[in-house]
Design a binder for this molecule. Structure first.
Ligand code: FAD
Length: 320
């Protein structure tokens, strides 16, 4: 008989864990209080790149394995996943980048590849995931494998695990109440969606004088970012902030000028000083719990590497 696992959360963390647990023979239910398109994961720019997450050695390991999984999915034609050529801009000659070990070849950008005013950049290819396409696909994949997805708010991990042998806890910011973990805090990100005028290169400048700037082209739109507002809960987009994002993105991608704005959006990254990925033994009140939350601005970047580790901690679900 299969062991019964309950996953709390249907963002990228919860859904990737659900698929991996099912592969290991667990019977899996996913509980989430909002629909898939209501999660933070759904609005993410979702380009592979470590942002506001730690610890660095584990981020490199989880990120490297996720890179491999997403790259394989892109090759296999999974909906919403592509390999995107990208350019990271620098004001000074960049030294060795700590994340480079997780990606393929990285080379200095040629002068003719740089926007006006820039003298340094690195070129490399990374997975880019269109979450409004990929997340529903992933939920469908989970269902196809027998995972049951339920819309339900849980008030405690004990309640979630009442009929289960294992709880996998992927509630993002929900961990503040469900795990009593006040080290999980929101890092608000405001972005702008504009019509894609025909761009295919992802560009970022993390040190732009007026704030972080990134442009990630998708099939029909481009995501322009963005902010990292520590501790801010308000998800109402600020029009002035949006206008400033558009302005600095024009500096790094001049071809964007005149691209019609589709919408302004803000979401909350579930940040923590370090990702929490660990098991807690069963107690009298609840079964064993495996936590997987606190990925900050890297939830997609770390997803499959973390899900693999969660499945390894869970062990085989098929009890014969
Ligand atoms: C503007 C922006 C841009 C980003 N860009 C990138 C990027 O380029 N690359 C990248 O890797 N990451 C990016 N991120 C970060 C990424 O979105 C997050 O790290 C990731 O979505 C976290 O996934 P998660 O599954 O842990 O959480 P979430 O997506 O927040 O999902 C949490 C789930 O838990 C459920 N839940 C919570 N509490 C309860 C409860 N009590 N009962 C039932 N269900 C509950 C929710 O309903 C939801 O299903 C970006 C984020 C933002 C805001």
């Amino acid at each position: 008989m299969a062991g019964r696992a309950v996953v709390v959360g249907a963002g990228i963390a919860g859904l990737s864990c659900a698929v991996r647990l099912r592969e290991r023979g667990w019977s899996v239910r996913v509980l989430s209080d909002v629909a898939v398109h209501g999660s933070t994961s759904h609005l993410a720019a979702a380009v592979w790149f470590p942002t506001r997450s730690g610890p660095r050695n584990k981020v490199l390991d989880w990120g490297g394995r996720t890179f491999g999984t997403l790259a394989a999915q892109a090759r296999a034609g999974v909906p919403g996943v592509v390999m995107r050529e990208s350019l990271t801009l620098y004001r000074h000659e960049p030294g060795p980048q700590w994340w480079a070990a997780a990606v393929g070849p990285v080379r200095p950008a040629r002068p003719d590849e740089l926007p006006p005013g820039y003298r340094h950049g690195l070129r490399f290819a990374v997975p880019l995931v269109e979450m409004p396409v990929y997340l529903p696909w992933l939920a469908g994949e989970a269902r196809r494998r027998g995972v049951v997805l339920e819309r339900r708010r849980v008030t405690s991990l004990a309640e979630a695990g009442a009929d289960a042998d294992l709880v996998v806890h992927c509630s993002g910011l929900g961990a503040r109440s469900l795990a009593g973990d006040t080290s999980v805090t929101p890092v608000r990100g405001q972005i702008v969606r504009v019509v894609n005028p025909g761009l295919a290169l992802s560009v970022r400048d993390e040190a732009h004088p007026s704030g972080r700037a990134y442009v990630h082209p998708r099939e029909h739109d481009c995501i322009l970012g963005g902010t990292l507002d520590e501790g801010v809960w308000d998800t109402t987009p600020d029009p002035a902030v949006g206008a400033a994002i558009v302005e600095r993105c024009h500096d790094i991608v001049p071809a964007l000028r005149g691209a019609p704005v589709i919408e302004h959006v803000a979401g909350l990254r579930p940040a923590r000083p370090e990702v929490r990925l660990e098991a807690e033994p069963a107690t009298a009140e609840r079964p064993r719990v495996i936590h997987d939350y606190g990925h900050g601005g890297s939830g997609i970047t770390l997803s499959w590497g973390c899900a693999d580790d969660v499945a390894a901690l869970a062990g085989p679900g098929d009890r014969g």
